[in-house]
Design a protein. Structure first.
Lengths: 252, 167
């Protein structure tokens, strides 16, 4: 049980961490000062959530004496990361950044709402804390989605292109792994199928009000939660892990 | 809650803790900010429970370090525990804290309903901390830190931070 809880915390934490890393790449590179600050602040919120998940995971880590939030974040191998592959997709342009953010925020809002009812009081507490931030992120990304989609011809086109590319990844959110199935059955995790109607309605409203079209493309094959990642992941880990690999146990 | 609400038996401990400020808003003590949940003093040891403002707020680590330093200076050891639930809300900033924010040049949190109207609908309701005019305009939902938004007063032309309402 403890081991499944550990793996479940990795699924929750890794989604936030890999997206936080992608957003941190924009520090000093945002399209304007305000959006630069907004995206890096969002990154910071997500990293804060990750710390909460991983501190808890380190406490209950099965057969891993000496595990810490840092060792969990930095010292795993690629196959041991459990994020959905949507979150490792590159920034490309501002439209990709906003669409990826919107798709994740919509899912994370619903997931955190469900986790408020978790039978595990620590998960419920982290969800309560994170939800306030996640709602704010969703507000930000929905507004920008609307502004870009319903903006100029060029911004509309770029945003539709980003949506066409990223939308097929969202189905992985709802592909239930054995870890999530057990978590839901034992009461500490969220039942993914229950989140789907809410997710579809947030997407429909957000995308339509941005005058964009939901692509009717097929789901993309994705097994990020099982540790099978895209080629993007190697580049992310190379940067994310460099300091701890080069200088083991380095303290900031 | 203000420092007095905690009934800290040793006034030296109360003074030391009141000297710990939010590093991002150095006029606010940790009591003004409302992050202190419990203080327990036993002999020369203090056990403190803190609630983080935002999950990723880097100020929390600095605050914990400053608490240790201040207490060590008066010969106390301490243990700090972070409590996530119930989650911090801007309602926990004390009245004194809000007054200090305004004096420092940061607009204090509005009610949740008014907050939504200024941040989402662009309504001009937020009083400028410098000249008190409400002819103010949002420049960015995020300001110098995650907890603040950036505004400009159209009358005195000053830009200022607004401490966003978080419920």
């Amino acid at each position: 049980m403890s081991s499944n809880l550990f793996e479940y915390l990795l699924i929750l934490g890794d989604n936030s961490m890999i997206l936080a890393h992608r957003l941190s790449e924009l520090c000093g590179h945002g399209p304007s000062l305000e959006t630069d600050i907004a995206l890096t602040n969002t990154s910071l919120d997500l990293y804060g959530q990750v710390r909460n998940y991983f501190q808890y995971a380190a406490e209950i880590a099965p057969e891993q004496p000496g595990a810490s939030e840092d060792s969990i974040a930095f010292l795993r191998r690629e196959r041991q990361y459990r994020n959905c592959i949507l979150l490792e997709q590159p920034n490309v342009d501002f439209a990709h950044v906003i669409v990826r953010q919107f798709l994740f925020d919509a899912f994370q809002n619903l997931q955190l709402e469900a986790l408020l009812q978790s039978s595990d009081s620590q998960i419920a507490a982290i969800a309560e804390k994170s939800l306030k931030e996640s709602r704010y992120h969703l507000r930000f990304s929905s507004e920008w989605l609307k502004r870009l989609g319903d903006g100029t011809e060029t911004s509309h086109q770029k945003t539709q292109t980003a949506l066409d590319y990223l939308y097929p990844f969202v189905h992985e959110f709802f592909d239930e792994t054995e870890i999530e199935e057990i978590a839901a059955k034992e009461g500490y995790g969220a039942k993914l199928a229950d989140l789907k109607p809410g997710f579809e309605s947030i997407l429909k409203e957000g995308i339509e009000s941005a005058t964009l079209k939901i692509p009717d493309s097929k789901p993309r094959f994705a097994q990020g939660k099982l540790g099978i990642h895209t080629e993007q992941m190697g580049y992310i880990l190379a940067e994310l892990q460099f300091m701890q690999r080069a200088y083991p146990n380095l303290q900031w | 809650m203000v420092a007095a609400d905690f009934n800290i038996p040793d006034p030296a401990v109360e003074t030391a803790l009141s000297a710990v400020k939010d590093p991002e808003v150095p006029v606010l003590s940790i009591f003004d900010l409302g992050v202190v949940r419990e203080v327990e003093v036993r002999d020369k040891h203090v056990a403190i429970k803190l609630t983080p403002t935002y999950s990723g707020c880097p100020a929390m680590d600095t605050i914990a370090m400053d608490i240790r330093t201040e207490l060590a200076a008066i010969g106390y050891t301490c243990q700090i525990e972070m409590v996530l639930s119930p989650a911090w809300s801007t309602d926990w900033i004390s009245e004194e804290g809000c007054r200090k924010l305004e004096e420092y040049g940061i607009a204090s949190p509005l009610s949740a309903e008014m907050d939504k109207r200024v941040l989402l609908d662009g309504e001009r309701l937020l009083p400028c901390p410098q000249c008190k005019s409400t002819n103010t305009k949002m420049i960015s939902q995020f300001g110098s830190t995650a907890c603040k938004a950036l505004f400009r007063c159209e009358d005195c032309l000053e830009t200022f931070d607004y401490f966003k309402c978080l419920k």
